[in-house]
Design a binder for this molecule. Structure first.
Ligand SMILES: C[S@+](CC[C@H](N)C(=O)[O-])C[C@H]1O[C@@H](n2cnc3c(N)ncnc32)[C@H](O)[C@@H]1O
Length: 340
């Protein structure tokens, strides 16, 4: 842990590949567990729990989560991990499986303890230089941007790179209906945060204590259809991955007062129940400040997000929109609690 406290804000990397027919091949899922562990070793984290279905594999990590699809990898790590160090070994493994990288997206919020971050995460500039140096030239359409908000403490860092095929590719109507929502919450309600502390000598395993937290906090009700893989850290802290068909969701909690943080991320459908899921997730933490970044093209989605959050006593503070190659529009919204 950093000297000052645990850094909850995650770094998130998504890599997309071509060269494998997802309908017949298993692509990246053929990578053996030992090789995956070596990649994670470079990042400075380990697998603590795993769950998969016919669509993808999900791993709860000592610092957040990893999702492996046939042609997509999503890896999210917090603390003092060196997430971007996973890029060279992942690209090496992709080449051995005849997969070609066609898009890369890196996102994060503002670190609570930026001065504690190790190379290559000491600044956004350094992260970009590292990515530029380690991504192949075919990802020629690139953009990096820091999306601001009304709060100087909260901004959204985005780097996106893709090849020409992603720029011209016509997305299927199904793709347009799906989007990812990344929610970051700080200043968690102190009473609610207590539920993510273990009881001393509770005689439970990390898995059974995690299950109890999933149930007692209402996390299990966010998407009742999801299969959940959960883990309770000692003496406190919680992580879960939910899998529902080809959709994932994930929650991570740092409950310590002074630097409390929780994140919620899910894939949602434009016509699905994002309002209800977001509403339930926010009520579990009642944060002082929350940010929601959505990757979508529809104005309707931003409205849905605000509709889910405003009734919970959160005040809308700002909304920023920017466009990225291969990603489309990213919308970054900030809300603060009305409570004193
Ligand atoms: C890994 S979890 C959740 C991470 C997530 N990004 C977040 O902050 O919400 C972090 C929480 O678990 C606690 N924790 C306890 N043991 C840990 C360990 N061995 N590795 C990582 N975190 C641990 C931390 O103090 C923190 O409260």
């Amino acid at each position: 842990m950093a000297v000052s406290g645990f850094e909850g804000f995650e770094k998130r990397l998504e890599l997309n590949f071509s060269g494998d027919d997802p309908a017949i091949g298993i692509g990246f899922r053929q990578l053996d567990f030992q090789s995956l562990e070596k990649v994670l070793h470079a990042v400075q984290c380990t697998v603590v729990s795993a769950l998969g279905n016919q669509h993808f594999d999900s791993y709860v990590l000592s610092e957040s989560s990893l999702f492996v699809y046939p042609t997509k990898i999503i890896i999210k790590t917090c603390g003092m991990t060196q997430l971007l160090k996973s890029v060279p070994p992942l690209l090496h493994h992709a080449a051995t499986m005849d997969l070609q990288i066609c898009a890369c997206r890196y996102t994060r919020g503002n670190f609570i303890f930026p001065e504690e971050q190790p190379y290559p995460h000491t600044s956004f500039e350094e992260e970009i230089v590292y990515l530029e140096e380690n991504l192949p030239e075919n990802l020629c359409c690139r953009k990096a941007s820091v999306m601001p908000s009304k709060l100087s403490s909260h901004s959204w860092h985005v780097f996106s790179a893709c090849d020409q095929s992603q720029m011209v590719m016509q997305k299927s109507p199904y793709d347009d209906q799906l989007y990812t929502a990344e929610v970051c919450m700080t200043g968690l309600d102190r009473v609610l945060a207590q539920k993510f502390f273990r009881h001393p000598n509770d005689g439970q395993t990390a898995d059974s204590a995690g299950k109890e937290m999933t149930e007692s906090t209402g996390i299990c009700d966010i998407n009742p259809n999801a299969l959940i893989c959960d883990f309770a850290f000692d003496p406190c802290g919680y992580s879960m991955n939910g899998i529902d068909g080809d959709h994932y969701s994930t929650i991570h909690v740092t409950p310590e007062n002074g630097f409390s943080y929780a994140s919620f991320e899910c894939v949602a459908s434009m016509y699905g129940d994002i309002v209800e899921m977001l509403n339930k997730a926010v009520q579990i933490f009642r944060p002082a400040t929350m940010t929601v970044a959505t990757k979508c093209t529809s104005h309707e989605v931003w409205m849905q997000v605000a509709k889910a959050i405003k009734p919970l006593g959160m005040k809308f503070r700002s909304c920023t929109v920017d466009d990225f190659p291969g990603t489309g529009s990213v919308v970054f919204q900030v809300f603060t609690s009305r409570r004193k």
